[in-house]
Design a protein around this ligand. Structure first.
Ligand code: C2E
Ligand code: CA
Ligand code: CA
Length: 937
C-alpha cells in the first residue's frame, strides 16, 4: 500500500514535471482555482521603460520580456502590458488603469501602494565618470552629479549622502549618455563603457507589485519566480552585462590590436597545478581550474580564440615560453625575470607560508621547498643554495620536516599541515601575473584590457573558491558513490533473491495446498484429480461431503475455531477411511472412497456423532452424497453425480444423504441435455393462452399466458419439466421475461387489430427468482413503454412460495408493480406454503384457488369436507375484499358449485385448455367451450 502510494506520488510528480514543466504548477487546489478564475479577467501591468536597466541582449531578450513571458506563458494569464516611464506608471496606478507594476525598486512609496514580491535582484549604485577622478566617497562633496529622469535609486543615493554628510548637487537630465565626462549616477557603468567608478551603496531589490485586490497573485508570482524566473532573470542580466563588457573591451582596442586578434586563432599555455586557487588540476572535471584558467576561458570565449593547454614541467614551461612554444603562463614578476619576459598587470597575489614543527628548537635555517613551486623561486631569491633542500612532492617534503632533516618549509599550499603539530605563518604575498614572450607586446596589451573590461577577478576568485569546495565535496562523494553503487547492487541482488525465494515458496505453497492440505494433512484437490484418472481395483462407494452450518460457525466464532472443527472431522475421517482415499477439496468439502457396502458405509459416517463432539456442540453436521463405484469405472462423473445427489438431499442443519442410482443418472443426463437445449435456443420459447371466464357475463374476459418450449431435438417440452430445470440453472427469469414480452406484444397487436376487446386481460407468471431480481420492475416497465400500453390490461401471477421473501420487501415490490399498472394475482392458493396472515398485508387483487382444492368436488361423490374448506376460504377472501378465480374447473358440476359460492371467475379445461396465439381470438368470440383446443404440437 505504502509503496504504491509513493510510486503513485513519484509518477504524479514526474508527469507534472514533464508535461507541465513550462507551466506554473499550482501548489494546491486553492491556487489552482484562483488562477483559473483569474484567467477570465484581464489584468493591466505596467512595465518600466527607459531606465538604465541593461536594456536588451543581442538576441532581443530583455528582463521585461521575461516578465511578460512569465505572466502570459508560464502563468497563462490574460495580461496586457503598458510600457511607460516610471512616473507615468505611478499616475496610471493612481487612477487604477493598471493593477500592478513589474520591476520596480522596493522603495517606500511603492511599498505603501503595492503588495510586493521578494526581491528578484539588486544592483550596486555607482558614481561613474570617463575622466573625473574618483578616489573616495568624500571626493564627491560639493560636486555636480547627473542622473537620468525617473532614476529609481536616486533616493538610495541621497540617503547615502546624508549618512556621509556629503553635499552634492543633483542634476536631472534626459539622457546621461551625454554627461559621461561628468559624474553620473548609474547602476551599470559598463552600459556607458565606464571603467572608472565608485561604488556607493546597494539599491533595494527589484520587485513586482500588485494592488491589494491581487495580493493573492503576489504569492503565486513569488512562487513562479522561485520555480523558474529569478534564475532566468539573473542569467540574462549577467549575459547582457557581459555583452556590454565585451563591447566596451572591443571599443578599447587599437587598430593594430584588432588586426592582431583577427589573425590569431589559437594561444598556447600551460598551467601550474599547485598555485592554490589560482590554478590547479581538477580530478573531478579533468581540466585545469582556478582563477587563471577561468580568466583565460573568459577571454577566449569573448575573442573566439582557442586556447590550447600543454603539460609541461615548470622548468620546461619557462623554456617553452622563451622559445615561443607557449604564448603565456602564470608567472610572478620578479626583477630577474623581467629581463627575459614581459608581464601582464597583476592578476592577484598569492601568499607563501613558513611551516615548522611546533616543538622545533633548532637554530639551523635549513629550508625545504617543493620543486618548481613558487616557494622554490622565493627561497632562491632569499637564501643561499646550501640551505635549500628541494623535494619532488608534498609527502616527502613533509617527511623531511617530520624527521627534522629540514627545519622549515616555504610553501604556497598549507592544506597538508595541521595547526596542532605545525607552526604556520605567512611569509610574503607573491604577485601573480601572466608572463609572456618579450615579442608579444600586443598580446600583453590585449590581456591587460581584457583584465580591465572583460573579467572581474574578484568574481573569478569567488567562483574558484566555490569550485574548489565542489571539488572537495566531489572527492568525498566519489568515495561514497563507490560504496553506494556497491550497496545498491547488493540491495538489488538481495531483492532479487528475496523475490525468487518468495516465488518458489508461493509456488510450493500452492502445489502443497493442492496436493496436501496443510491444516488436516489430508490429500488435496490435485491428488483427487489424479485419483480420478486411476483405475480403482475395488468396489465401494465414492462419497462427497459438505458440512452443514459450518460457514455460519466460521463466521461467528472465527476461523481458528472453524479450523478446529475441520481438524476434528478430518481425524474422524482418518479412522473410517484409508488415508490415500480421503481428499479435502475446499474449506468444508471432502471427497473420498470407502470400500464397503452401502449400509456399512452409511453407518460408518453416522459415527461422527460419537467422534466429533465439537461438531455436535456447535450444531455442525454434514450432507453426504454416495455413488456406487465398480472396478475400473470412470470416477469423475460418479463424483459429479454424488455431488448432485448430495445437494438435492441437503438439509440445512441435519445429517442427510442421497445415493445415486441409475434413474437419478438418467434424469440428470436428460436434465443436462435439456438445459443445454434451453440455454442455446431461447427463441424456442413461446406462449399459449388459457382463457379466464366470467360466469355472470358468460364470456371470456382474459387469459393466462403459459410458457411452452419447442425443441427440434426433443419435440415439445412442458413447463413441469423445464420450469424446475430453468430455476435450478438460474435462468427462469429469462423465460418469464420472454413470456411477459410475448404476451404483452400479442395483446397489444390483437387489440389494435380489433380481434380482442380493449378490456381483455392477460396474466403471466413470475417465479420467485424473477421477482427477487432487482431489475424486475424496470424490465416490466420497459415492456409497457415499448409496446405503449397505458391501460391496465396485465396481471402478474405470483405464488405463495414468494412468501419466503421478506414481507416488507415483498410489499414494496408489489406496490411498485401495481404503480406501473399491473394487477396482482396469487396463484395456487392454497397448495403449499400458505401464510394467510400475510394476505391481509399484501397488495393482492385476485386469489387463484388451486385446482387441488377443487379436485375432490365432483358430480357423484360430493366431498363435504373439501366443500367446507372451499367455502370457508371463499368467505375469508371475500372478507379481505379480494377477487377469486377458481382454477382447474373441468366439469359443469364444479362450475355450478363454484358459481353457487358466488365465485365470478373460473379457469379450466371446462372452458378451454391453453390455446395458441392464433386460436385465442377465435375461442374468445365463440365463448370458448369444453372442446377448446388442446396443447399445441
Ligand atoms: P399454473 O400457473 O398453475 O398454470 C396452470 C397449469 O394448470 C397449466 O399447466 C395449465 O395447463 C394447467 N391447467 C389449467 N386448467 C386445467 C384443468 O382444468 N385441468 C388440468 N389437469 N390442468 C389444467 P402448465 O401450462 O403445464 O403449467 C404448469 C405450471 O408451470 C404453471 O402452473 C406455472 O406454475 C408454471 N409456468 C407455466 N408457464 C410459466 C411461466 O411463463 N413462468 C413461470 N414462472 N412459470 C410458468
Ligand atoms: Ca399461473
Ligand atoms: Ca395454478
Amino acid at each position: 500500500m505504502k509503496n504504491t502510494k509513493i510510486v503513485k506520488k513519484i509518477l504524479f510528480l514526474l508527469i507534472n514535471f514533464h508535461i507541465f514543466a513550462d507551466k506554473y504548477i499550482p501548489k494546491n487546489q486553492f491556487e489552482s482555482d484562483y488562477l483559473n478564475n483569474l484567467k477570465k479577467e484581464q489584468i493591466s501591468i505596467g512595465l518600466v521603460k527607459n531606465h538604465d536597466f541593461l536594456g536588451e541582449s543581442k538576441n532581443g531578450d530583455s528582463i521585461n520580456s521575461l516578465i511578460k513571458e512569465m505572466f502570459l506563458e508560464y502563468l497563462d494569464l490574460n495580461v496586457i502590458f503598458i510600457e511607460k516611464e516610471y512616473s507615468e506608471l505611478q499616475e496610471l496606478l493612481e487612477v487604477q488603469k493598471i493593477q500592478g507594476i513589474a520591476l520596480i525598486n522596493r522603495e517606500k512609496l511603492v511599498r505603501e501602494k503595492l503588495n510586493l514580491t521578494n526581491p528578484i535582484f539588486s544592483r550596486d549604485i555607482y558614481i561613474a565618470s570617463s575622466n573625473k577622478i574618483l578616489s573616495g566617497i568624500k571626493t564627491l562633496n560639493n560636486k555636480k552629479i547627473y542622473y537620468e529622469k525617473d532614476n529609481f535609486y536616486l533616493k538610495f543615493f541621497d540617503h547615502q549622502m546624508q549618512i556621509y554628510n556629503i553635499d552634492v548637487e543633483m542634476i536631472e537630465v534626459d539622457s546621461i549618455n551625454n554627461y559621461k565626462n561628468q559624474l553620473i549616477l548609474t547602476t551599470v557603468p559598463e552600459y556607458y563603457n565606464l571603467t572608472n567608478y565608485l561604488s556607493i551603496t546597494r539599491s533595494a531589490g527589484y520587485t513586482l507589485g500588485m494592488i491589494d485586490s491581487y495580493s493573492k497573485l503576489v504569492n503565486i508570482l513569488d512562487s513562479s519566480l522561485n520555480q523558474k524566473y529569478r534564475k532566468k532573470i539573473n542569467i540574462l542580466e549577467e549575459k547582457i552585462r557581459k555583452e556590454y563588457s565585451k563591447n566596451n573591451f572591443l571599443n578599447s582596442l587599437t587598430n593594430s590590436e584588432k588586426m592582431y586578434l583577427k589573425k590569431l586563432k589559437t594561444l598556447n599555455t600551460s598551467y601550474d597545478n599547485d598555485v592554490g586557487i589560482m590554478s590547479y588540476w581538477s580530478n573531478y572535471k579533468k581540466e585545469y581550474k582556478g582563477v587563471v584558467p577561468l580568466l583565460i576561458k573568459g577571454i577566449s570565449e569573448a575573442l573566439n580564440i582557442e586556447i590550447k593547454t600543454h603539460k609541461f614541467e615548470k622548468k620546461d614551461r619557462i623554456n617553452a615560453l622563451k622559445n615561443g612554444n607557449l604564448d603565456f603562463i602564470i608567472l610572478s614578476k620578479t626583477g630577474e625575470k623581467s629581463n627575459k619576459f614581459i608581464f601582464s598587470n597583476k592578476i592577484s597575489e598569492i601568499a607563501t607560508y613558513v611551516v615548522n614543527l611546533r616543538d622545533n628548537i633548532s637554530q639551523q635555517r635549513r629550508v625545504g621547498v617543493l620543486k618548481y613551486n613558487i616557494g622554490e623561486e622565493m627561497v632562491n631569491f632569499y637564501d643561499i643554495p646550501e640551505n635549500i633542500n628541494i623535494y619532488p612532492n608534498y609527502r616527502i617534503l613533509r617527511e623531511a620536516l617530520d624527521s627534522r632533516k629540514i627545519e622549515y618549509i616555504l610553501t604556497t599550499d598549507i592544506s597538508n599541515f595541521n595547526f596542532e603539530t605545525y607552526k604556520i605563518r605567512i611569509f610574503q604575498n607573491v604577485p601573480i601575473n601572466l608572463g609572456l614572450n618579450k615579442n608579444n607586446i600586443l598580446l600583453k596589451e590585449i590581456i591587460d584590457k581584457a583584465l580591465l573590461y572583460l573579467v572581474d577577478i574578484e568574481i573569478l576568485k569567488k567562483q574558484s573558491l566555490l569550485e574548489q569546495e565542489e571539488e572537495e565535496l566531489f572527492k568525498r562523494k566519489v568515495l561514497f558513490e563507490e560504496k553506494k553503487t556497491l550497496i545498491i547492487l547488493l540491495l538489488i541482488l538481495l531483492a532479487f533473491i528475496f523475490y525468487i525465494l518468495s516465488k518458489i515458496k508461493k509456488e510450493r505453497k500452492i502445489t502443497s495446498k493442492l496436493s496436501k492440505d496443510e491444516l488436516t494433512g489430508l490429500l488435496g484437490r490435485e491428488k483427487f484429480n489424479s485419483f480420478c484418472f486411476k483405475n480403482i481395483e475395488k468396489n465401494g462407494f465414492g462419497f462427497v461431503i459438505d458440512l452443514n452450518n459450518f460457514k455460519n460457525i466460521n463466521d461467528t466464532k472465527g476461523h481458528e475455531f472453524g479450523d478446529e472443527i475441520i481438524i476434528e472431522f478430518a481425524n474422524f475421517f482418518k479412522n473410517i477411511c484409508k488415508y490415500e482415499y480421503i481428499f479435502r477439496i475446499s474449506g468444508d468439502e471432502f471427497y473420498g472412497f470407502l470400500e464397503s457396502e452401502l449400509e456399512e458405509t452409511i453407518s460408518k459416517f453416522k459415527k461422527y456423532k460419537e467422534h466429533c463432539p465439537l461438531m455436535i456442540e456447535n450444531n455442525v453436521s454434514f450432507s453426504l452424497g454416495l455413488c456406487k463405484i465398480k472396478t475400473g469405472e470412470s470416477l469423475k462423473d460418479k463424483f459429479r453425480y454424488a455431488d448432485l445427489i448430495m445437494l438435492q438431499n441437503k438439509k440445512k442443519y441435519e445429517f442427510s444423504y442421497g445415493v445415486v442410482n441409475s434413474e437419478f443418472i438418467l434424469s440428470k443426463e436428460k436434465e443436462e441435455k435439456i438445459i443445454q437445449e434451453l440455454k442455446s435456443n431461447l427463441e424456442n420459447f413461446y406462449a399459449v393462452y388459457q382463457p379466464k371466464f366470467s360466469i355472470t357475463d358468460n364470456k371470456i374476459i382474459g387469459a393466462e399466458a403459459l410458457a411452452r418450449y419447442y425443441s427440434s431435438k426433443f419435440g415439445n417440452i412442458y413447463p413441469d419439466e423445464f420450469i424446475g430445470i430453468a430455476e435450478k440453472h438460474k435462468m427462469i427469469h429469462k423465460v418469464d421475461y420472454i413470456i411477459a414480452e410475448k404476451s404483452i406484444a400479442y395483446l397489444k397487436a390483437k387489440i389494435t387489430e380489433g380481434k380482442l376487446p380493449k378490456d381483455f386481460k392477460i396474466s403471466f407468471n413470475l417465479s420467485v427468482q424473477t421477482f427477487e431480481r432487482e431489475d424486475v420492475v424496470q424490465v416490466l416497465k420497459g415492456l409497457l413503454q415499448k409496446y405503449k400500453i397505458t391501460e391496465k390490461n396485465f396481471e402478474i401471477e405470483i405464488t405463495e412460495s414468494l412468501f419466503i421473501v421478506k414481507a416488507n420487501y415483498l410489499v414494496k415490490k408489489l406496490e411498485e408493480l401495481k404503480k406501473i399498472g399491473f394487477s396482482i394475482s396469487l396463484d395456487d392458493f392454497t397448495a403449499g406454503h400458505s401464510t394467510p396472515s400475510l394476505l391481509s398485508i399484501l397488495p393482492i387483487d385476485t386469489i387463484k384457488f388451486d385446482k387441488s382444492l377443487l379436485d375432490p368436488i365432483e358430480e357423484n361423490c360430493k366431498d363435504k369436507k373439501s366443500m367446507k374448506v372451499y367455502h370457508t376460504l371463499t368467505c375469508l377472501i371475500r372478507e379481505l375484499e379480494m377477487e377469486i378465480i377458481s382454477e382447474g374447473v373441468e366439469t359443469l358440476d364444479q362450475l355450478r358449485y363454484v358459481h353457487s359460492l358466488g365465485i365470478e371467475y373460473i379457469q379450466g379445461y371446462f372452458i378451454s385448455k391453453p390455446v395458441g396465439e392464433d386460436e385465442l381470438d377465435f375461442v374468445v368470440s365463440n365463448h370458448g367451450g369444453k372442446d377448446g383446443n388442446v396443447r399445441k404440437g
